[in-house]
Write a protein that binds this ligand. Structure first.
Ligand code: AMP
Length: 307
């Protein structure tokens, strides 16, 4: 097996998801699942995660058959991480119904030997102390991106601040950006993140898209509007999977590459939300990304440069 050039460390889960239209239990989920099902279309991807002994063989096959490398997927005695969430009628706000860490409570991420020199690394949302441990196992990655959430901002700020100078991009949503930085203005929030050592702030705004802010550039990517959103679970992770996957595919982190990658992330997230669970991502291919990307350029294009 060749070494993946993109490694994601995160959760593999069984989700219970409720919307007004439907409710499903034990749907394959988790941040590493959504990320890798999007990124594997663009770059060879490996997962570092833990599952319980209840994890179904069919779900392992689903990932493996899509080319996701599972050398870093550890099985521990006990139950797989479970998360439950309910969406409001507009599929905008989400309430967490339960979080059962199960085997994820003792997650001690181990990068297999073949993953340690991966040039692109994504640390999905988990304990920043463990995110630091993962970085200590890597041998000089070219680009590290990291996700976080309010739980860690409130409970593990010190290790999170230690992480910031060691990563290239921080992914967070607008309320988390405010919690971390104290700034409601996204540009000032990004400047705070840059002053603390991370050059690229990727601020997600849900149905309103995302803003990517570096010292020299601001990229605004609107969401790809769809008539048929059925489940927003995994939108953030599949956005990150598309974006970091595109950077790894291009092997380029220049401002132009970041712009294209942000658009690709928007497209992979748009496919994710069209079906309940990760089903549409599992059938995604490069042609589908390219096709929607062409429509997206048309939508955001303004023909005249002067007024
Ligand atoms: P997103 O909608 O992009 O925020 O991702 C949702 C996914 O994250 C779901 O599939 C959950 O299984 C997973 N998830 C939810 N809470 C946590 C948590 N505390 N740690 C790790 N993964 C989580």
């Amino acid at each position: 097996m060749t070494s993946p050039n993109l490694v994601v460390v995160g959760s593999v889960a069984y989700d219970s998801i409720e919307t007004d239209a439907q409710a499903q239990k034990d749907v394959l989920g988790g941040s590493a699942t959504y990320f890798s099902l999007a990124s594997r279309v663009l770059a060879p991807t490996g997962i570092v995660a833990v599952i319980g002994d209840d994890f179904k063989a069919e779900h392992k096959s689903l990932l493996a058959n899509r080319g996701v490398d599972l050398a870093g997927l550890e099985t521990a005695p006990g139950e797989t991480f479970r998360w439950g969430g309910r969406y409001d009628s507009e599929l905008k706000d989400r309430e967490t119904l339960f979080t059962l860490l199960n085997v994820f409570a003792d997650f001690s991420p181990k990068m297999p030997a073949g993953y340690r020199n991966a040039p692109y690394v994504f640390l999905a949302n988990f304990d920043p102390e463990l995110q630091l441990e993962v970085l200590n196992q890597c041998t000089g990655p070219r680009f590290v991106a990291c996700d976080t959430m309010n739980f860690w901002i409130q409970g593990k700020l010190e290790p999170l601040l230690q992480l910031l100078p060691r990563i290239d991009a921080l992914f967070l949503n607008d309320t988390e950006a405010y919690e971390l930085t104290g700034q409601r203005n996204l540009l000032l929030a990004a400047r705070w993140i840059q002053d603390h050592g991370t050059p690229i702030a990727v601020i997600k705004k849900g149905e309103h898209g995302a803003v990517i802010i570096t010292r020299d550039d601001i990229v605004v990517v609107p969401a790809f509007l769809l008539p048929d959103v059925s489940d927003p679970t995994g939108a953030g992770d599949s956005f990150a999977g598309g974006m970091v996957g595109a950077l790894a595919r291009l092997d380029d982190t220049s401002p132009d590459a970041l712009r294209l990658a942000a658009a690709v992330g928007t497209i992979t997230a748009s496919y994710c939300v069209q079906e309940f669970g990760p089903g549409r991502l599992a059938s995604l291919d490069l042609a589908a990304i390219q096709e929607r990307l062409a429509t997206y350029w048309d939508r955001i294009h303004t023909p005249a440069k002067e007024l």
